[in-house]
Design a protein around this ligand. Structure first.
Ligand code: URA
Length: 210
């Protein structure tokens, strides 16, 4: 598994404002979109392209376009939705599918409660959007789900990650082709499963439930 932790002052600046508990939801949403666009730049480094010939006003030249089959962007509901606009701005030809993951409070195991994805993902490059990699339960389940449908490779974009979640995903994916692109790797999880220092509940902050 490849892990890329962003190291750029613009990203750190935007993250600092996101972390600040005084930042209101509209600003939080706007910054999330901007941040994802920056992380998407790194995440799409290996997106498949094909050569095309075009004519400039001066001559004919060969360039590239995003190849077929189209990349698939998969936000994990609910908080991953806040990352979708920033991602498709950079990858407008991508197809978008949705995965709703939740945790069974008795078994503590993640399960899929909603799914809108192509049945066959053979040969597809998948980009999963999940802002907070905390325990790794839902992201791990989403990655398994996509590979079970035949995905060729999976890149996950997370705003923040805890070392505990990162270790779990690393162990779970084995030698499958997975890349994680992180805005920052934080210190730890607290006893309630929140990332520390973190930014609180990403879904609540995006959608104004606090
Ligand atoms: N999910 C969140 O939204 N925040 C955390 O800190 C952990 C999981």
């Amino acid at each position: 598994m490849r892990v890329h932790v962003a190291d750029h002052p613009l990203i750190t600046h935007k993250l600092t404002v996101l972390r600040d508990k005084r930042t209101p939801s509209p600003v939080f949403r706007q910054l999330t979109e901007e941040l994802i666009t920056l992380l998407a730049y790194e995440a799409t480094r290996n997106v498949r392209v094909e050569d095309i010939e075009i004519e400039t006003p001066v001559t004919t030249t060969v360039g590239v376009r995003i190849g077929e089959p189209r990349p698939l962007v998969v936000p994990i509901l609910r908080a991953g939705l806040g990352m979708l606009d920033g991602m498709v701005k950079l990858l407008p030809t991508a197809e978008v599918g949705f995965l709703g993951m939740a945790r069974n409070e008795e078994t503590l195991q993640p399960y899929t409660y909603a799914e809108r994805l192509p049945e066959d993902l053979s040969d597809r490059q998948c980009f999963v959007l999940d802002p907070m990699l905390a325990t790794g339960g839902s992201l791990g389940a989403a990655i398994d789900f996509l590979f079970a449908r035949g995905a060729q490779d999976v890149t996950a974009i997370c705003i923040l990650a805890a070392p505990e979640g990162l270790a779990k995903i690393e162990e779970q994916v084995g030698d499958r082709d997975v890349t994680l692109v992180l805005g920052a790797l934080d210190e730890r999880l607290n006893e309630k499963g929140y990332i520390v220092p973190g930014l609180g509940d990403a879904g609540d902050r995006l959608y104004g439930t606090v």
